[in-house]
Design a protein around this ligand. Structure first.
Ligand code: MLT
Length: 408
């Protein structure tokens, strides 16, 4: 008899963005004529920059030649990309190219990383959060059934509350692993180097590992905000960092990301021996993954060139201009709003008593705008709502016009 993994029964029925897609589909079938504005999932809308297109075309052409054709690539990433990342993103931080692992995106890495930790690991998640942190741990027996608030009691939740500017405070129970994401998805908030240092020092003092999701680092516009956790002294001993080309360079469809697992980040084996997580991650990836395609990695490499960086910045500036406009619009409407300054997301506190999914349904039905209900990111997000700056300029401006006449 084949038995299911019962942990899956502890998950909500659908993944957040699948639930949104399903509701939008029903809405469109009933309202085919009014134009829908999508500011829900953080999916990019602008085409690839010329530097990426040139690199992709060159790599495709190579595949049609006897000399240039490539079959299986190195599972952990081609050296040309690992070295480009080490040099341009982690220069002076002590990160070696062979501690950088290229993959098909940060989502997969974040979902898979929990596998290299013992099943009884106490996972601590700052929340509201990207749902993959919680769901992937629930799938692997670490969450238990959700309680009436939607919390999985075996995980440690760190609420990021409005009274603390949507930043979490240190846990009262010492965990083993801490998930942090800055600039934050979904709230768009950031941590200064000093604020991040508090977490790094805590992790060092308590032998914890931080899984740091830096997928939105290229959206930082203010000085003094760390782009990498390794800018904080000592982080190299306690932190794993994930990055993504999805939002930085429009790879949501092409798929590429990278994860840094420094050799100095260690865990304890049952016999007490200290083992580098880097080696376990390398073992996991070489066994279960055959590597990101060569053509895609050549496209990613172009992002790290001077032209790629300059062209990417122009695109991100446009998304950030959208995010700023959205933030301003909600402030003008008298709502409490954070984000949109160093992140593409704008997080709005809805008028008291408004529930996130109710607001989602009403906004869709009455204004034909798709956003993301805050509660989809965890119970602390109830009563909040997320909008993205990744829409087109026209859609963002049209959404703002529609919101002005919307009854909140
Ligand atoms: C989001 O909207 O939170 C992200 O686009 C989801 C993702 O990166 O998978």
């Amino acid at each position: 008899m084949a038995k299911i993994n019962p942990s899956y029964l502890n998950l909500s029925k659908n993944y957040l963005f699948s639930e949104i897609t399903a509701r939008v589909k029903v809405h469109l079938s009933k309202n085919p004529s009014k134009r829908l504005i999508r500011l829900g999932i953080g999916d990019v809308t602008k085409p690839f920059i010329p530097a990426i297109i040139t690199a992709l075309q060159k790599a495709v052409a190579e595949q049609g030649t006897k000399e240039g054709f490539r079959g299986y690539g190195p599972e952990l990433g081609y050296d040309f990309l690992r070295e480009a990342i080490a040099k341009t993103e982690y220069d002076g931080m002590g990160i070696q190219a062979d501690e950088i692992f290229v993959s098909d995106g940060a989502k997969c890495d974040i979902g898979n990383l929990q596998e290299i930790f013992s099943l009884d690991t106490k996972m601590c998640i700052s929340e509201p959060s990207y749902p993959v942190y919680i769901d992937s741990n629930v799938m692997s027996y670490r969450g238990g059934p959700a309680n009436t608030k939607g919390c999985h009691p075996e995980l440690i939740y760190l609420p990021s509350l409005p009274e603390n500017n949507f930043l979490p405070v240190l846990p009262s129970v010492v965990p083993d692993v801490i998930y942090l994401c800055y600039p934050n998805n979904p709230t768009g908030t950031v941590m200064t180097k000093d604020q991040l240092a508090v977490w790094v020092n805590y992790a060092k003092a308590n032998d914890c590992v931080i899984i740091f999701d830096a997928a939105y680092e290229s959206f930082i516009r203010e000085p003094g905000i760390p782009h990498s956790i390794y800018e904080v002294p000592g982080a190299i001993d306690v932190a794993i960092e994930c990055r993504s080309y999805s939002k930085t360079a429009g790879f949501t469809g092409l798929r590429c990301g990278s994860t840094v697992v420094p050799r100095s980040v260690m865990g304890t084996a049952p016999n007490g021996e200290r083992v580098p997580f880097r080696d376990l991650w390398a073992r996991r990836q070489t066994t279960k993954y055959n590597g990101c395609p060569y053509i895609v990695q050549r496209g990613a490499e172009a992002v790290h060139t001077p032209e790629g960086k300059a062209q990417t910045r122009v695109v991100i500036d446009e998304y950030m201009a959208n995010a700023n406009k959205l933030r301003q619009a909600f402030e003008d409407l008298g709502l409490f709003v954070v984000g949109g300054k160093n992140a593409p997301y704008v997080w709005v506190k809805l008028p008291d008593g408004t529930r996130s999914w109710d607001f989602f349904d009403r906004l869709l039905a009455e204004a034909c705008i798709v956003g993301t209900p805050g509660v989809g990111f965890g119970p602390t997000g109830e009563g909040c709502f997320r909008f993205t700056g990744f829409g087109t300029v026209e859609d963002t401006e049209e959404a703002i016009e529609r919101l002005k006449s919307f009854k909140f």
